[in-house]
Ligand binder design. Structure first.
Ligand code: ATP
Ligand code: MG
Length: 646
C-alpha cells in the first residue's frame, strides 16, 4: 500500500543549527547498539541515587523485569530538591495559566516547599509507603504537588481524569484499594466551573477503604462535607513545615498506577516503578525534545490525567529542570486562538500535543494561528495516534512556520516513555511516520507467527527486549499481564497490539490497532491508511474508519468524516468524490462502502478516536464500555445519521 497524499518521498532534514547543538547526535545509536545495558546505566546516572545499583537488569524471570537492582533513590528529590541545591531555586518550574486567565508562577524553590508540606500532611493523615492515593483533580499546580508528595513518601499515586464519572472513579478506587483521595471543589472547563466533589462523594461512599478526602479550593463552589472524612487542602497542608527529609526507596518501589485509555478494551491498571521509569522518562524527554533547561520553555499541552501528562508534564520535565507551561482549560476557551496566545505570551519553544488537536485546528483554519507570533517555537511533538501526513504538513507549516522538526513519538501507557521517534538533530523527518526505534529499544515488525519481516512489509509491532520504563504488571493481576502482553510470541516478546509497516528505508509507520485492522475480501487494510487518505482530501479535517461485517466481502469499510471549516457538504457528490479519492490513492479495494459526514467523533478523554464504538454502531450492536468517553451524546448524534438497516 502507498503512503498516501503525495507525501511520499518528502523529507525534512534537521535544521543545521539545531543539529549542531543537539543534546544527542547520530553516534547515540551505535553506542546503544554496542552495549544496551551500559547505555541505560549511563542514562540512569543523570539521576541522583543514594545507593548505586548492583545489577542493571534482572530478566531471570520474564516477563517480570527488575531494573537497577539494589539501587535506591527518591523520585521527588530528583525532580525538585536537587535543582534547588544546585542553585536553581529561582528558576520557574511552571508557568501555570487557569482557563479564566488567572496565573501562577511556581519556582523550583516554591515547588520544593509545597511538596514538602503536602508530604508532611499525607504522613499526618497516616499515609504510608506503598499505600495508594487517588488524585482526581483539574489541571492545577496542586495536582502535581500531590503526585510528588506521594512519590516523596513512597505512596503510590493513581491519577484519575477529572472528567470521568463517579462510576469510573469508584471502580478505580476499588481496583487499586485507595486509602485517600485528593480532589478539588471543581475546575474550569469551557468557560464555566465544573464540579468534582459530588462525583468523589458518590464514589467514596462505595469505597469503604478511603479514610480521607482532601479538597483543594479552586472554584469556590458549594460542596457537601462529610465531617471527620473531608479536609480542606489549605487547612491540612498550609500549616505544615516546608521541610521534609526524603527517604530513599528501592529502584523497583511502585511509583504509580495509571489506567489505559480504553480505546480497545476495558482500561487496565498499569503499574510503574521508580528508578527505571524516571531514567527513561528523563532521558527521552532530554533527547527527543533536545531540552535545554536554561533556554527552553516547554509545553506538553495534554492532561496530567493520562500517561503523557505523567511522563512529559511532570516527571521528565522536572527531572531535567525544565521550565514548563501548564494550562487548565480547553483550546477554544474563551476563543479558538487560546493556545497560540499562550505560546506567544510565554515564548514557548517546544510544543507537544496530539493529532486530534492538530486536526481540530485544521478544521478551524490556518487564519487562527496566523494571528499570533509563534516564532519562539523551535520543535514540535505529536503523540497518541498516528499523525496523518496531511496533519503533519499542516502542523509543520502553520504552527511550526516551516522551520521546526516534528517528533512523532510512539509509545503507550505500558511503555511509560518514548519507544519509537525521530531524534530532532539526527533524523530527516518523514510526515506520518514515527520512523526510528529510540536508542536502546528493540523493535521488530513480525508476521502472525512471529517471524521478523524485512523492509517494505507490514505486520505486528513487537518489542524484543525489556526497557527501563516498562510496566511491571497489571495492578493485582499478574496473569492478565502475562496473557495480554507476553503470551502471543512467548514470555520474552512484548506484543504491543499495534500494526506497523516498515517502508523501503526501514522507517516504521504505525498502522493502528491490530483489533481495528480490516479484512476486505481477504485483503488486510489498515484503518490509519484509509483515514490518512481521507484527511488528504481538501474537504476533510478528520476521519475514522472501521470494518463492519459484510455479507459479500467479509468486512466493508465504513468511514465517518468531519469536514474542514470552509468545506461544503454537497451530500452524495462529496461522498462520491471521497470514495474516488481513496480508490485512486490506495486502490479500489480500500474504497469505503459507506461514508458519513458527522460533526463529532467518539473520543477518549485523551483525544483518541474510539473505533470499537463506531464498529458497534456500524454493526448495530450494544455499545461496549463507554466509561472513558469524553461525551456520550456524540454516539446518539452519529446513530441518528445511520440508515436504519446498515
Ligand atoms: P487501551 O489499551 O485500554 O485500549 P490505549 O491503548 O488507547 O487504551 P494508551 O496507552 O493511552 O491507551 O495509548 C497507546 C496507544 O496509542 C498505542 O498502542 C498506539 O495505538 C497509539 N499511539 C500512541 N502514540 C502514537 C503515535 N505516535 N503513532 C501512532 N500511534 C500512537
Ligand atoms: Mg493500549
Amino acid at each position: 500500500m502507498s503512503e498516501s497524499n503525495g507525501s511520499e518521498g518528502r523529507r525534512f532534514p534537521a535544521p543545521q543549527q539545531l543539529a549542531a547543538s543537539a543534546n544527542v547526535g547520530p553516534d547515540v545509536y551505535a553506542r546503544a547498539e554496542a552495549d544496551r545495558l551500559a547505555f541505560w546505566a549511563e542514562a540512569a546516572r543523570r539521576l541522583t541515587w543514594t545507593r548505586e545499583w548492583d545489577e542493571v537488569l534482572d530478566w531471570s524471570n520474564p516477563p517480570f523485569a527488575k531494573w537497577f537492582v539494589g539501587g535506591k533513590l527518591n523520585v521527588a528529590y530528583n525532580c525538585v530538591d536537587r535543582h534547588v541545591e544546585d542553585g536553581h531555586g529561582e528558576q520557574v518550574a511552571y508557568h501555570w495559566e487557569g482557563e479564566p486567565g488567572d496565573t501562577r508562577t511556581i519556582t523550583y524553590a516554591q515547588l520544593k516547599d509545597d511538596v514538602c508540606r503536602a508530604a508532611n500532611a499525607l504522613v499526618e493523615l497516616g499515609v504510608q509507603a506503598g499505600d495508594r492515593v487517588a488524585i482526581y483533580m483539574p489541571m492545577i499546580p496542586e495536582t502535581i504537588v500531590a503526585m510528588l508528595a506521594c512519590a516523596r513518601i513512597g505512596a503510590v499515586h493513581m491519577v484519575v481524569f477529572g472528567g470521568f464519572s463517579a462510576d469510573a472513579l469508584a471502580s478505580r478506587l476499588d481496583d487499586a484499594g485507595a486509602v485517600l483521595v485528593v480532589t478539588a471543589d471543581g475546575g474550569y472547563r469551557r468557560g464555566a466551573p465544573s464540579a468534582l466533589k459530588p462525583a468523589v462523594d458518590d464514589a467514596v461512599g462505595r469505597s469503604p477503604g478511603v479514610r480521607n478526602v482532601v479538597v483543594v479550593r479552586r472554584t469556590e463552589q458549594d460542596v457537601e462535607w462529610t465531617e471527620g472524612r473531608d479536609l480542606w487542602w489549605h487547612d491540612v497542608v498550609d500549616r505544615q513545615p516546608a521541610e521534609h527529609e526524603p527517604e530513599s526507596f528501592d529502584a523497583e518501589h511502585p511509583l504509580y498506577i495509571m489506567y489505559t485509555s480504553g480505546t480497545t478494551a476495558k482500561p487496565k491498571g498499569i503499574l510503574h516503578t521508580s528508578g527505571g521509569y524516571l531514567t527513561q522518562v528523563a532521558y527521552t524527554h532530554w533527547a527527543t525534545f533536545d531540552l535545554k533547561p536554561d533556554d527552553d520553555v516547554y509545553w506538553t499541552a495534554a492532561d496530567v490525567g493520562w500517561v503523557t501528562g505523567h511522563s512529559y508534564i511532570v516527571y521528565g520535565p522536572l527531572a531535567n529542570r525544565a521550565t514548563s507551561v501548564m494550562y487548565e482549560g480547553t483550546p477554544e476557551t474563551p476563543h479558538r486562538g487560546r493556545w497560540f496566545e499562550l505560546i506567544e505570551k510565554y515564548r514557548v519553544s517546544i510544543l507537544y500535543t496530539a493529532p486530534t488537536v492538530i486536526r481540530t485546528f485544521m478544521k478551524w483554519g490556518e487564519d487562527i494561528p496566523a494571528g499570533f507570533d509563534l516564532t519562539s517555537l523551535r520543535l514540535l511533538g505529536s503523540v497518541g495516534e498516528p499523525i496523518n501526513p496531511e496533519a503533519w504538513l499542516w502542523y509543520h507549516q502553520n504552527i511550526g512556520g516551516g522551520r521546526c522538526p516534528i517528533v512523532d513519538t510512539w509509545w503507550q501507557t505500558e511503555t511509560g516513555a518514548h519507544m519509537i521517534t525521530p531524534l530532532p538533530g539526527v533524523t530527516s523527518g518523514k510526515p506520518g511516520s514515527a520512523q526510528t526505534p529510540f536508542p536502546g529499544i528493540s523493535v521488530k515488525v513480525v508476521d502472525d507467527e512471529g517471524n521478523e519481516l524485512g523492509d517494505d512489509s507490514s505486520g505486528l509491532l513487537v518489542l524484543t527486549a525489556p526497557w527501563p520504563s516498562m510496566l511491571r504488571t497489571i495492578w493485582g493481576d499478574d496473569d492478565r499481564y502475562v496473557d495480554t502482553y507476553w503470551s502471543r510470541f512467548g514470555k520474552e516478546v512484548y506484543f504491543a497490539g499495534d500494526g506497523a509497516k516498515k517502508d523501503a528505508d526501514g522507517d516504521i509507520w504505525l498502522l493502528g490497532r491490530v483489533d481495528d485492522v480490516m479484512n476486505v475480501s481477504g485483503h488486510r487494510i489498515s484503518t490509519t491508511e484509509v483515514e490518512s487518505s481521507l484527511v488528504g482530501h481538501p474537504t476533510v479535517a478528520e476521519a475514522a474508519v472501521v470494518g463492519a461485517s459484510d455479507p459479500t466481502t467479509g468486512q466493508g469499510i465504513v468511514a465517518f468524516v468531519i469536514l474542514r471549516g470552509n468545506a461544503e457538504d454537497s451530500g452524495d457528490e462529496l461522498v462520491k468524490a471521497l470514495k474516488a479519492h481513496v480508490a485512486k490513492d490506495i486502490g479500489p479495494i480500500a474504497k469505503p462502502r459507506q461514508i458519513m459526514v458527522v460533526q463529532e467523533l467518539p473520543k477518549t478523554r485523551s483525544g483518541k478516536i474510539m473505533r470499537r464504538l463506531l464498529r458497534d454502531i456500524a454493526e448495530n450492536r450494544e455499545l461496549g464500555d463507554v466509561t472513558t468517553l469524553t461525551d456520550s451524546s456524540v454516539m446518539n448524534l452519529i446513530k441518528d445519521k445511520l440508515p436504519a438497516s446498515s
